[in-house]
Design a protein around this ligand. Structure first.
Ligand SMILES: Cc1cc2nc3c(=O)[nH]c(=O)nc-3n(C[C@H](O)[C@H](O)[C@H](O)COP(=O)(O)OP(=O)(O)OC[C@H]3O[C@@H](n4cnc5c(N)ncnc54)[C@H](O)[C@@H]3O)c2cc1C
Length: 459
């Protein structure tokens, strides 16, 4: 960055809101992906909307690329800055501004950490239901920019469902107030939904009105071991018919072993099965409400064994076997695929992918888990300990193209909930047609004609 551009930045941001410190550049220049070396020019920490507007004007004038940055828990490299960009961290725009009980809306700044919104809702006898293992670090702005999903999508939907209003500044520098918290608003194109999932490529999300809802009845868990994914589908059908299911997750025996090792946990039931399904459900009658379902699954041969939570602490203990997986495998630099198909296709899809992976890469250990109730599976390829990161990434990219061919064959998605960012950009054509991508490019040019917003990502 030129010294005159840097002086202009100093004119907008106080010294405690602007950094070129080497540690900060490294820390704020990357996300959870470990495949890219960060190299930003500077980090800015706006406190006010006006500072972001001025920054965008400066960026257009001096041709500076901007990378919006939330909690940097992203898994696709969307918040990575590796070409002298200015990273815009929202960690100082973290105020909860207002709550209206009648409207069931929380008005907040983009940098509020997801878990804080969840806790705030709870303190007001409400529920903010979007939840996942990184919600203690991710920000609501980042969740909106990636349309985050998580473990409760089956019951409550994705982040998009909870966004009632947005304040954004476009890449052109225009400030837009979108939808103002309204439930009904039939006035043409709803740009709010364009910004949900836009991964910082159209502009920056500065604030939002987030919906909250009534908390559920008491929650319970049934953890069931199964032999194959067809059993998971059969279990899903009977669980849906007889229980108020809030989450339906799966993981492989290998994933379970990783968590047990990492968190020093005992096995939840005897032996290690090929797969496990974790069913969370609402019931005033306690976990025994699931007994008839479990017995039917045993009779039919769909379940091998199972345990039920007996208390709230037991429920949280059982969640650890699923929620601890990402953390348990982090040290192996997993190459993550986040794939989805319609639920009925999930068993055949998994089988087809497993075939490709086992044919192509005997050297790789594979960990499966995911939100199978939504048709969403996470395939994690672990780096063999003696492989260099770049060598591993290149091998995974080659294999990835073959995996994506299977995704396209099943008309699935190459990224169910993690976004496209850098990691999935070369795969996008397997889920979005040529003409789709032309329209995406035109949309980007409309909101960000100077192409300053998160260049190189998504489009
Ligand atoms: C252990 C673990 C478990 C996870 N589980 C799930 C899961 O179950 N479901 C799921 O969906 N995701 C999951 N994730 C991924 C991640 O947490 C989500 O994608 C999350 O929404 C990212 O939020 P963030 O604030 O960390 O965003 P970042 O990683 O900082 O950024 C993500 C993208 O959003 C953009 N962005 C950030 N803030 C803004 C803003 N204010 N305005 C415009 N653009 C912005 C960035 O430029 C980037 O493109 C998981 C991650 C981890 C590490």
């Amino acid at each position: 960055m030129s010294s005159s551009s840097y002086s202009s930045l100093q004119g907008i941001f106080d010294s405690d809101c602007l950094s070129i410190d080497a540690e900060d550049l490294k820390y704020f220049g990357t996300d959870w992906t470990r495949f890219y070396e960060p190299d930003p020019a500077a980090i800015v920490f706006p406190r006010e909307i006006s500072q972001v507007v001025e920054l965008v004007q400066l960026a257009n004038r001096d041709n500076i690329a901007l990378v919006p940055s939330g909690g940097r828990t992203g898994l696709s490299g969307g918040a990575v800055a590796r070409h002298q960009e200015v990273v815009v961290s929202f960690s100082k725009m973290d105020k909860i501004l207002d709550f209206d009980e009648a409207d069931q809306l929380v008005w907040l700044e983009a940098g509020v950490v997801t878990q804080r919104l969840q806790n705030f809702a709870e303190q007001h006898d409400c529920l903010y239901p979007v939840d996942f293992a990184s919600s203690g670090s991710s920000q609501v702005g980042g969740n909106i920019a990636t349309n985050a999903g998580g473990i409760k999508v089956m019951r409550y939907g994705l982040t998009r469902n909870w966004v009632a209003g947005l304040t954004v500044v476009t890449g052109k520098g225009d400030l837009l107030e979108l939808n103002n918290g309204l439930t009904k608003n039939a006035t043409g194109y709803d740009f709010r939904h364009l910004f949900v999932g836009s991964e910082g490529t159209l502009g920056m999300i500065l604030g939002a009105a987030m919906r909250v809802t009534h908390p559920p009845d008491a929650l319970h868990i049934m953890l069931v071991s199964i032999t194959n994914m067809l059993s998971a589908l059969q279990l899903l059908t009977i669980c849906r018919a007889d229980l108020a299911v809030t989450a339906f997750e799966f993981f492989s025996g290998e994933a379970l072993q990783q968590v047990m090792l990492h968190r020093n946990l005992p096995a939840p039931m005897a032996g290690i099965a090929p797969f496990y399904v974790l069913v969370e459900f609402e019931s005033d009658a306690g976990s025994s409400a699931a007994l008839p379902v479990f017995e039917k699954a045993l009779d039919q041969g769909w379940a091998l064994d199972g345990v039920m939570s007996q208390s709230e602490s037991d429920r949280l203990r059982l969640w650890q076997y699923r929620e601890g997986i990402s953390e348990a495998i982090t040290s192996r630099t997993p190459y993550k695929h986040d794939l989805s198909v319609v639920i009925s296709q999930a068993p055949a899809f998994l089988e087809a992918i497993e075939k490709v992976v086992s044919l192509e890469s005997a050297a790789f250990e594979v960990i499966w888990f995911g939100h199978i109730g939504d048709g969403n599976v996470h395939l994690n390829i672990l780096r063999p300990e003696d492989w260099q990161i770049d060598e591993f990434r290149l091998a995974c990219e080659q294999l990835g193209l073959k995996i994506m061919a299977v995704v396209a064959q099943f008309k699935g998605s190459i990224s169910a909930e993690h976004g496209v960012g850098l990691l999935k950009k070369n795969y996008l054509r397997h889920s979005r047609s040529d003409i789709d991508r032309v329209y995406m490019g035109k949309m980007k040019a409309l909101f960000d004609p100077g192409l300053i917003m998160n260049p190189g990502k998504l489009v």
